[in-house]
Design a protein around this ligand. Structure first.
Ligand code: FHN
Length: 457
């Protein structure tokens, strides 16, 4: 009798989950949700890649040089003119293994690449579109090659997919400046949603297990929270363990990136080009950011953030419990900009020494004291990360930590330096003394991490 009731209960759970998935809701317990989010929460650091036909004009059109991946819209390039870029797309320098190794060496644990941006061009072999990489001289499935390289290197592959589509005849609304040339008559948005789901099905069945589906372009009038819930359930029905951002729905409140209410569709918030002032208890979030001013390749954009700034942003974000998705924009030949590579190499060197203060950590209040931010591990270990000023090439000889009350047996180490450090209780905090050698020849640049281990009770 017992066996039958267990089997019946199991079938009931499957039935409820499948029905709920169909209804656009995916019911899961908190424990199941935490298990699904675990790798992403521990990863803390990922690579964003914006790559497509817009790399060909490289930001330049009609004498202007400040465009990016929005060039077709912002330069008002008629569709027939823009489509001609497909015949020029031949990134012969593209090397999926080199890209993935570069991300891994930078300390990144996942890659989010644009399968299709707003321009509607698919950088994968799509059987439901002739506006894809197979219609170019390149004729290689870029995402297939990346998927193989990611599997080999143990990096999670994730796709960015734009809901907004400036190419598909059924997408509405049209760009205001092109309504005369592309009238809305005959366009059927439901048919477009069917097309989008068909492409998503290709992405979710032909490229192996994916980490995240990163939706974007959800802000136009035709997209609703209800459609987002349906799409969330659809994607999870094809890959139940996948993680989906909050841009699947229509509840994101601007670039701050959080949803109007916690019940909105999506697993994490998406602050863009900004970092929340403090942590956001109980919410998962990821700041996405460019290294210069553009997501897509712009050959004239030299407004590069410094490595120091990027490393300190990574520490700041981790100290507040967020992930950092840092972007590169490859050029039309499939090369990664040298300035991007230089920064990723410096970040990688820093992460080699200090990664344990970032990965698998959670926030610990207060998020910051003066120039020091904090992260912690589940076992209670706290990391104090001192963020150097621009002209600070060496750490201070001593560092006061006010918020960590010392306990007998507390051990303090400087990451990248052998041995334990001397420290003394001062007031409610502790004064850490650095070895002269570590001050003279610091193990890294831009920020120094101190591991504060408290013996188990
Ligand atoms: O319009 C896009 C933009 O091109 C870029 O993809 C960013 C990155 O998340 N998202 C949108 C702007 O918010």
């Amino acid at each position: 009798m017992k066996k039958k009731s267990v089997r019946f209960a199991g079938l009931l759970v499957i039935l409820v989950l499948s029905l709920s998935a169909f209804a656009g809701q995916v019911l899961e317990t908190q424990a199941q949700h935490d298990a699904r989010m675990q790798w992403w929460r521990e990863a803390r650091f990922g690579l964003f890649i914006h790559w497509g036909l817009y790399a060909i004009p490289a930001g330049e059109w009609g004498g202007k040089t400040n465009y990016g991946e929005w060039i077709r819209n912002n330069a008002e390039i008629p569709l027939p003119t823009y489509d001609k870029f497909a015949a020029q797309f031949n990134p012969v320098e593209f090397d999926a293994s080199a890209w993935v190794r570069m991300a891994k060496e930078a300390g990144m644990k996942y890659i989010v690449i644009t399968s299709k941006h707003h321009d509607g061009f698919a950088i994968f072999d799509s059987k439901v579109s002739d506006f894809d990489v197979m219609a170019t001289p390149f004729r290689r499935d870029i995402l297939k090659e990346l998927a193989a390289a990611c599997r080999k290197e143990g990096i999670r592959l994730c796709f960015y997919h734009s809901i907004m589509d400036w190419h598909h005849p059924d997408y509405l609304p049209r760009r205001p400046w092109e309504v005369r040339d592309r009238p809305e008559a005959g366009a059927d948005f439901e048919r477009y949603v069917g097309y989008m789901k068909a492409q998503l099905k290709e992405l979710l069945t032909d490229y192996g297990e994916l980490g995240v589906l990163w939706f974007d372009g959800e802000w136009e009038s035709t997209w609703t929270e209800a459609r987002g819930r349906d799409l969330y359930g659809y994607v999870r029905s094809l890959q139940p363990k996948i993680i989906i951002n909050n841009r699947v729905g229509a509840s994101r409140t601007g670039m701050e990136g959080f949803s109007a209410d916690k019940a909105s569709a999506g697993d994490f918030g998406t602050p863009e080009q900004t970092i929340p002032a403090t942590g956001v208890p109980g919410l998962d979030w990821e700041t996405c950011m460019t290294m210069n001013d553009n997501w897509g390749y712009n050959k004239n954009d030299q407004a590069w953030k410094t490595s120091r700034d990027l490393i300190q942003k990574l520490a700041d974000i981790a100290s507040k419990g967020g992930n950092f998705l840092l972007n590169i924009g490859p050029d039309a030949q499939g090369e990664l900009p040298a300035e991007s590579l230089k920064r990723l190499a410096e970040i990688g060197s820093w992460m080699q020494i200090n990664g344990e203060a970032i990965y698998k950590t959670r926030p610990v209040a207060p998020y910051k004291e003066a120039k020091t931010c904090f992260t912690r591990l589940a076992d209670g270990t706290v990391y104090a990360i001192y963020l150097a000023d621009e002209d600070e090439t060496r750490p201070p000889a001593s560092l006061m930590i006010f918020s960590q009350k010392p306990k007998p047996g507390t051990k303090i180490e400087m990451l990248g330096v052998k041995g334990t450090l001397l420290w003394e209780a001062v007031g409610q905090g502790m004064l850490i003394h650095l070895p002269a050698a570590a001050v003279k020849n610091p193990p890294c640049r831009y920020a120094w991490a101190f591991k504060i281990s408290v013996p188990a009770r």
